[in-house]
Design a protein around this ligand. Structure first.
Ligand SMILES: [Zn+2]
Length: 431
């Protein structure tokens, strides 16, 4: 939230007018206020923990003034969990989900406290504790089929990743054209989303280009239906990243998810706990899973290539006649997505060192060396968070499809997608 400190006061006034006061009449509001305080308290020990906060300023001040140590945060979280468990599960579906949400989020908070105190969890135990999910395991042989096809597509000597990378250079968006391409992608993602989802009035975001980060894009939600989206330009940006990032960070991804939660849960219901977003928590699997799945919801079937051919490729100065070729190869590379999880698991479980993780990513995830090194820095900083992207996407897809939101029924798919984006549902609730 370093980037978000400015403007907090003005926003928190609006939030405190909307948010429910902590009255004795409603024990859930007291619980939710205590939860926010604990999340903010833990943020003082872990600079990456609080991803967004737009709630009342006085709660933040209370958390800061209390200056709780990790042990105190852990014991208060345990006590708060007991209070949540004693609450009746009655009410509507959202109220039942709210109770489950608080229990699971508090469980993850407690696990993060243990980790910060030095407890070592295995990769899978950590992802279960923090994200309420364990990603499937795949061995090298699993990725070989896609690698064999890519080997046949790019015949020659030397490592496959180098042949692939040489071919791919023709699809880099030149730095001076990046903003024009990205703005066009955002416009298209927003238009497609707004045709199906009622976006809160006044929602908007700003884009910034940054360097020296372990991620490629980041959405910083600021409250009041506003986001700051940062795009990292350390490494070349390939043409597919325009739509991926615009959908993922913006529409119908993180920006929309946060704005709908604010509108439906904070503004309409006064549920204060949704004004804070702890990054290392089950909510992140839903956030990343919906942000990635949202790309194909917004651009189903061939519509993406059609749009890119007509608009983005020309804007980027890339030959539109090569769009189909590019996405044929992308579809094969996509089959290597879980190789990143395997590298992270092996590395964080201490089975391979940093250099071996970089080599693994080059070979099985087809990442050039500089990108592989950036990815390992991401593992250092965010650890098992990596599963939220691909496994999250798969869980969200299965859930939406189980509700009838299949590719063949786009209206239903948007409807279920919007419903998920507006609810406190967590990973175990997707099954
Ligand atoms: Zn994301």
């Amino acid at each position: 939230m370093r980037a978000l400190a400015v403007g907090c006061v003005a926003l928190s006034l609006a939030a405190s007018q909307r948010g429910a006061p902590a009255t004795n009449a409603d024990p859930m509001s007291t619980i939710s206020r205590d939860y926010v305080r604990l999340v903010l308290a833990l943020g003082k020990h872990d600079p990456d923990y609080v991803d967004a906060y737009y709630g009342p300023d006085d709660v933040k001040k209370e958390a800061e003034a209390a200056g709780l140590a990790l042990d105190a945060i852990g014991s208060q979280a345990a006590a708060l969990t007991e209070r949540v468990k004693k609450m009746p599960a009655g009410g509507d579906e959202l109220s039942a989900l709210r109770k489950q949400y608080l229990e699971k989020q508090l469980g993850a908070l407690t696990a993060r406290v243990r980790m910060l105190k030095g407890e070592k969890l295995s990769f899978d135990a950590e992802s279960k504790a923090l994200y309420d999910a364990v990603a499937p395991h795949y061995d090298e042989a699993h990725f070989q089929a896609a690698l064999d096809k890519l080997e046949a597509r790019f015949p020659g000597s030397g490592p496959l990743v180098e042949r692939f990378d040489t071919w791919r250079r023709a699809f880099v968006i030149p730095r001076e054209k990046l903003d024009a391409v990205f703005q066009a992608a955002i416009g298209a993602c927003r238009e497609r989303t707004a045709a199906h989802v009622k976006l809160p009035a006044g929602e908007r975001f700003t884009v910034e280009y940054v360097t020296n980060k372990s991620w490629s894009g980041y959405n910083w939600y600021q409250g009041n239906y506003r986001s700051l989206i940062q795009v990292n330009t350390d490494l070349p940006t390939y043409i597919d990243r325009a739509i991926d990032l615009a959908c993922h960070e913006g529409y119908p991804g993180h920006h929309v998810y946060n704005a709908l939660l604010e509108q439906h849960l904070v503004t309409d219901r006064g549920w204060l706990e949704f004004t804070v977003y702890p990054l290392f928590s089950p909510q992140s699997l839903i956030a990343e899973g919906t942000a990635n799945y949202g790309i194909e919801v917004a651009f189903p079937g061939p519509s993406r290539i059609e749009f890119e051919k007509a608009t983005l490729f020309p804007l980027a100065g890339i030959d539109p006649a090569r769009a189909a070729e590019y996405y044929e190869v992308q579809a094969l590379v996509e089959q290597l997505s879980y190789a990143g999880n395997e590298a992270a698991r092996l590395y964080l479980d201490g089975k391979i060192d940093r250099d071996a993780a970089v080599t693994w990513l080059q070979k099985y995830a087809l990442m050039p060396k500089d990108r592989a090194a950036q990815r390992v820095r991401f593992f250092d900083q965010y650890r098992s968070y990596v599963i939220n992207y691909n496994y999250g996407k798969d869980l969200v897809r299965r859930y939406i499809e189980s509700k009838g939101g299949t590719a063949g029924n786009p209206a239903k798919r948007w409807q279920e997608f919007e419903k998920l984006l507006s609810s406190p549902r967590l990973p175990s609730g997707l099954k």
